[in-house]
Design a binder for this molecule. Structure first.
Ligand SMILES: Cc1cc2nc3c(=O)[nH]c(=O)nc-3n(C[C@H](O)[C@H](O)[C@H](O)COP(=O)(O)OP(=O)(O)OC[C@H]3O[C@@H](n4cnc5c(N)ncnc54)[C@H](O)[C@@H]3O)c2cc1C
Length: 547
């Protein structure tokens, strides 16, 4: 007797897509005969397009719309790649300036539906739950995206700010559009010529990493600090990567790390780093339990949590990018992480409430002392922390102390770097902020006989400047993109989780995933809050003498 099946589509109905060519990678035709190195231009599709362009640190984007079956597109690919190689990725000569992407307008996927049904067997008088996969006809997943940009021929190149691509579209006849058609990019040379004309730059196809003259030199330019947020994220990832990689969480370093994480969760300027820090904190007691060993037995014992979190992307899946923007040196070995760490510390200092300033001071001193892997730096910094004999009870006191401490480091290093020739020639150390960046910070400026400067600072003006620079300006580019919570305009939690769900064309599944993910983060925030309340050291001063 044939079994009798009852379909229960209302129990579970998931649909997912399988591409006829791999999604997110190059198409079949274009892949034929390709050399081995991975593509520099980023393949985007209907799911990733808005997210990738919205989150990009680049000032401009070029998008090539093509069809994988088009022979002219296949021939054009090496030309486009030559240009993409100098702008995209960690090995690029000019990273973070232009993002070069492509969309295959003809990309097809097959959708499958998963249907859960009750299979009823009349002889056995029982039923079994079964899963059925139903294929649907293939559909062109990027077609609406390409229509949004009025793609009328292949290949077609558009230029504009990444955020304008993410939020909008393009029409050929529309006036005053920030997105422009690139009318002459048929060869790599002509495309680069078009870019150079547009940007007033002199990029060359032969430019190599760290061997070019196109570095944005004035890191004190107020406009550039807006791009430092990407470096703050990179530095945060680097800091924790070093901690986990070197198994630095031990019985005696456990508490300092918790206090620093608490600071990051509350005040990190990047929302995604705040979220990642909360995730570590939530798992902290399980992975690094405080009662693992009595103090007198194994003081230096490390925990398995160091391995569990190795490779953890504390600031989301885009980080690390593998390059620095604001903190990029003119040589491979200069600037980078330590610059990003300073910017992180300053940006934390201006975000504190008055009542938190001394806790933050001790948390930062402890963190540098225990986790900054540069021996000389941590020793000097600790000495400067130890000279503080009074509690900070105002945000301004701590922010100014950190600024002054950084200037003392600058003064010391200026001499060292000048005599040893070890500094970055394009970023010499200086008393900061320079007068052109903040004229009101200076009451007077005298040159001493030994050539050094003596400044009488206007501390109120300096604090005001620090708040503007490391507070509002640092997040301004993110605010435009709606990514961060400082100063409002925060993207909703559901949106945020949606961006971390990178499945392609999963209409019902994605919705389910997003709903689950947002619930999960809501729950995570709740559990975390109650855990923090129970932590005995939360809001307790940690004596510097113990570090
Ligand atoms: C806590 C700490 C201690 C360190 N101690 C040492 C040490 O003892 N010896 C050593 O060789 N290196 C030390 N370093 C590294 C060193 O300070 C620099 O980070 C490194 O040389 C790179 O310099 P940079 O040109 O990128 O500018 P950085 O000094 O890293 O500064 C980064 C950016 O911060 C801004 N800035 C500069 N000064 C100030 C200020 N006073 N207040 C606010 N913002 C400012 C500027 O825009 C600058 O580009 C330390 C780093 C840190 C984070």
């Amino acid at each position: 007797m044939s079994p009798f099946s009852i379909f229960l589509p209302f129990l579970l109905y998931l649909s997912f897509g399988v591409s006829s060519v791999p999604i997110g990678s190059r198409s079949i035709l274009r892949a034929l005969g390709d050399p081995d190195p991975p593509d520099a231009a980023i393949d985007l599709n209907t799911t990733s397009f808005d997210e990738v362009l919205r989150d990009s640190p680049a000032s401009f984007a070029i998008v090539e719309y093509f069809a994988h079956w088009c022979p002219a597109c296949r021939n054009y690919k090496p030309q486009y790649e030559k240009v993409a190689r100098i702008f995209n990725g960690a090995d690029a000569a000019h990273p973070g300036i232009i993002i070069m992407a492509r969309v295959d307008c003809a990309l097809k996927v097959t959708f499958f539906s998963l249907v859960l049904y009750l299979d009823f067997h009349s002889v056995k008088r029982c039923c079994v739950l079964k899963l059925l996969t139903l294929p649907s006809p293939q559909s062109q997943i990027n077609i609406k995206l390409c229509d949004r940009f009025s793609v009328g021929h292949y290949p077609m190149l558009l230029w504009g700010p990444p955020a304008k691509f993410a939020s909008g579209g393009w029409e050929p006849k529309k006036e005053k559009s920030e997105i422009l058609a690139i009318d002459d990019g048929r060869t790599s040379e002509r495309l680069l010529e078009w870019i150079n004309k547009k940007m007033g730059s002199s990029y060359s196809l032969d430019d190599e990493k760290y061997e070019n003259e196109n570095l944005p030199l004035n890191a004190s330019d107020p406009g550039q600090i807006a791009r430092a947020l990407y470096d703050v994220e990179e530095a945060t990832w680097s800091a924790f990567d070093i901690i986990f990689e070197h198994k630095m969480i031990k019985s005696e370093t456990r508490d300092p790390l918790i206090r620093f994480l608490q600071l990051l969760v509350a005040h990190h300027p990047s929302r995604r780093c705040r979220k990642g820090s909360a995730e570590i904190l939530l798992n902290f007691d399980d992975l690094w339990p405080s009662d693992l060993w009595p103090v007198n037995i194994e003081k230096n014992a490390t925990y398995h949590g160091n391995d569990a979190f190795k490779g953890f992307q504390i600031c989301g899946k885009e980080i690390p990018r593998g390059y620095w923007i604001f903190c990029r040196g003119s040589k491979n070995e200069t600037r980078g992480y330590s610059c990003g760490l300073w910017v992180l510390l300053h940006s934390l200092s201006v975000r504190l409430e008055d009542g938190e300033s001394h806790i933050a001071f001790t948390a930062i001193c402890d963190f540098i002392h225990n986790f900054f892997i540069c021996q000389e730096c941590r020793r000097h910094f600790y000495e400067m922390c130890s000279t503080v004999s009074y509690p900070f009870n105002k945000t301004s006191q701590f922010a100014l102390w950190l600024w002054d401490t950084h200037n003392k480091v600058n003064e010391r290093l200026k001499k060292e770097e000048e005599s040893l020739g070890t500094g970055d020639p394009k970023f010499p150390k200086m008393l900061w902020p320079p007068k052109q960046l903040c004229p009101s910070c200076y009451r007077s400026l005298k040159k001493k006989s030994d050539g050094t400067s003596q400044v009488e600072w206007n501390l109120d003006a300096v604090f005001k400047f620090l708040v503007g620079y490391y507070g509002n300006m640092l997040v301004s580019s993110y605010k435009d993109n709606g990514l961060l919570g400082v100063g409002g305009n925060e993207r909703s939690l559901v949106d945020d989780m949606a961006t971390s769900t990178s499945a392609v064309a999963v209409p019902v599944g994605a919705a389910l995933g997003i709903a689950l993910a947002s619930c999960a983060f809501g729950a995570l925030a709740c559990v975390w809050r109650s855990q923090q309340k129970n932590r005995k050291y939360f809001y307790q001063l940690h004596s510097l003498k113990n570090i």
